[in-house]
Design a protein around this ligand. Structure first.
Ligand SMILES: C[S@@+](CC[C@H](N)C(=O)[O-])C[C@H]1O[C@@H](n2cnc3c(N)ncnc32)[C@H](O)[C@@H]1O
Length: 206
């Protein structure tokens, strides 16, 4: 948890308490329904919470914005982002009902009010949002195809509406079709831990 406060000292007491509570909640839920690799639960804050907050380095969503997390699993990156941006509305979708149940239980336990959940495939979701976020769900080109319908026309943020993804490893070929519009950030430039050396945040306006 300390690592989160080191990089985001602006978090208030309520946000810190909510983040703090995640460890026990995910440890308990993960023992019943696997949403994080079991040996990785020890690294919850570094590998999952801080990684999710990497999206903040690309864009600070304006109050009143709406964001959909596609393939959220147990709530990443949606839950850490909903804690970080209490005045932004988040909608988390996943095609596996059991995983959505975990996210819902965690959000309820920490009293998150700015979050809704839906058990569905993103193909079925028709609502529109300012941004879509995602981690470890599908190749960029597939995601772009599926979520274009979910992006609002009206703009209110510092970047035009679009998709912001957390990606690892070699990305050149995935980004190629979008190279003229996409922006990518190396998370290693912001977070010094080894884990982030290969991690990137990619933005595609839609
Ligand atoms: C590897 S997990 C990643 C979960 C979470 N984003 C994380 O980083 O911990 C991929 C998730 O995407 C979901 N998923 C894959 N295709 C999907 C689709 N078409 N619509 C909704 N969810 C999908 C799967 O059910 C799975 O929970």
């Amino acid at each position: 948890m300390k690592v989160i406060q080191t990089y985001f000292p602006e978090l208030n007491e309520q946000q810190c308490q909510q983040l703090e509570a995640l460890y026990d909640l995910y440890t308990d839920w993960n023992a019943k329904i696997n949403v994080i690799s079991r040996k990785d639960i020890e690294n919850l804050y570094l590998h999952h919470v801080l990684h999710s907050l990497g999206i903040v380095k690309m864009l600070r969503f304006k109050d009143g914005s709406s964001v959909m997390d596609v393939g959220t699993g147990g709530g990443f990156p949606g839950i850490p982002l909903a804690i970080f941006f209490p005045n932004v509305q988040f909608h988390l979708v996943d095609s596996i009902g059991k995983k959505i149940k975990v996210g819902q239980a965690v959000a309820e336990a920490i009293g998150l009010k700015n979050i809704t959940f839906r058990h569905c495939r993103v193909e079925e979701e028709k609502e529109k949002y300012d941004f879509v976020v995602s981690r470890a769900v599908m190749p960029l080109a597939d995601l772009v195809k599926l979520v274009r319908k979910n992006i609002k026309k009206e703009q209110q943020n510092a970047l035009p509406n679009g998709l912001i993804c957390l990606k690892g490893g070699e990305l050149q070929h995935e980004i190629l079709p979008f190279r003229n519009q996409a922006l990518s950030l190396e998370l290693g430039d912001y977070f010094k831990e080894e884990f982030f050396k290969t991690k990137k945040v990619v933005y595609v306006p839609l």
